[in-house]
Design a protein around this ligand. Structure first.
Ligand code: NAP
Length: 333
């Protein structure tokens, strides 16, 4: 059987993914013991994977070597299995390949069989997947948000942020979001009903933050200069939950807060968190996220691109701000 896949040919510069990744085709070999083969129906586009494409060795994951297929979360049906607990036809999610068909070690790829009765399977990438777990963990555990506190989320109209603002609200907090542009800000206040927004692409971000008032929790997806702006507006004993550093991903910079002394002045706690560290909590997190989702209290807009050939266009949206909600590539199956 032939399979098309995106191969990492070079390290990308900025958002020039077309020079770095090449669509290729090869024959599939026989399955090894413990492996499953998945007919990918959907690919999840995740901003954090941009770090794996660099050659830096000091990240939370070693760089992906050149020459191999690009990896990421995939959703689809099992075609063939040589792993216990997986049978042809099962709907699964796994760390697979940006390809028509993923071949993975069931254990190493974190493959799990999913409940096929969930009405919209894309939810397994959004609220019921890594973005949901990360948003809930970051607000409740790392941010230690308590009812009545004021929570600010950056990249608030993206997949992780959009869930974080809604979860903060569900937990009884006053939720605010930072997003780029009037349309995204309007979506957050008008559709999701959060307390307010800061448009970081508009003028006078500092003035907008001053008008918003102090925050107890900052769920930060961005780092960079925005972090400096927020550090000087945190309430005393506030918490900064560092989820991601989007400001650094495509430019190769390193967030180095100039306003770091505010950690002492305002007695702040800053803590990074990373979803694989709490994978074991996944089923419990999913149960809560599913209740909210099925009650219509937690929603996710999807930004869907059709076809494996168009994957790079979808991926670039994460870094240019072209999306509201979860970016997904839907494949012809
Ligand atoms: N710690 C963990 O375990 C974990 C797990 C999942 C995700 N994450 C992190 O969560 C963050 C969001 O990832 P995602 O996959 O859900 O992507 P996403 O939020 O769906 O898309 C990224 C969004 O970030 C905004 N953005 C991009 N560059 C920016 C910049 N320089 N400054 C400000 N905003 C920028 C863009 O919206 P605008 O139009 O508003 O700019 C874009 O839509 C990333 O930092 C990722 O690493 C962490």
């Amino acid at each position: 059987m032939r399979n098309r896949f995106w191969r990492i040919a070079r390290r990308p510069e900025g958002t020039d993914f077309a020079r770095a990744l090449e669509l290729e085709e090869a024959s599939l070999g026989p399955l090894a013991m413990g492996e499953i083969r998945i007919r990918n129906s959907h690919l999840s586009m995740d901003a954090g994977t941009r770090m794996w494409l660099t050659d830096r060795e000091d990240g939370y994951q070693p760089p992906l070597p050149l020459g191999i297929p690009m990896s990421g979360l995939v959703l689809g049906e099992v075609l063939e299995s040589r792993a216990d607990g997986f049978a042809p036809g099962d709907l699964v999610r796994a760390f697979g390949q940006w390809a028509d068909i993923s071949t993975v070690d069931a254990v190493m790829s974190g493959a799990i069989v999913l409940d096929p009765t969930v009405a919209d399977r894309r939810a397994w990438f959004g609220p019921l997947g890594m973005n949901g777990w990360t948003a809930l963990w970051g607000v409740e555990q790392t941010g230690a948000a308590r009812p009545g506190e004021r929570v600010l989320v950056s990249a608030a109209a993206g997949a992780t942020g959009i869930l974080a603002v809604q979860i903060a609200k569900l937990l009884g907090c006053e939720a605010w979001g930072i997003a780029g542009g009037a349309a995204k800000c309007a979506y957050l206040t008008d559709e999701l009903g959060i307390a307010g927004t800061v448009d970081y692409k508009a003028a006078d971000v500092g003035g907008q933050l001053d008008a918003a008032g102090g925050f107890d929790i900052y769920f930060d997806n961005v780092g960079g200069a925005l972090l400096d702006q927020v550090l000087t507006r945190m309430n005393h004993y506030g918490r900064i939950a560092v989820c991601g550093l989007l400001a650094d991903y495509t430019g190769g910079g390193r967030t180095s807060p100039r306003e770091f002394d505010q950690v002492l002045m305002r007695r702040l706690r800053i803590e990074g968190f990373f979803s694989p560290d709490f994978m074991h909590e996944g089923p419990a997190l999913t149960r809560r996220l599913r209740e909210w989702t099925e009650a219509g209290e937690l929603v996710m807009p999807y930004d869907v691109t059709q076809g494996l050939d168009n994957t790079l266009t979808a991926y670039a949206k994460l870094f240019t701000g072209g999306n509201i909600g979860k970016v997904i590539v839907e494949l012809d199956t």
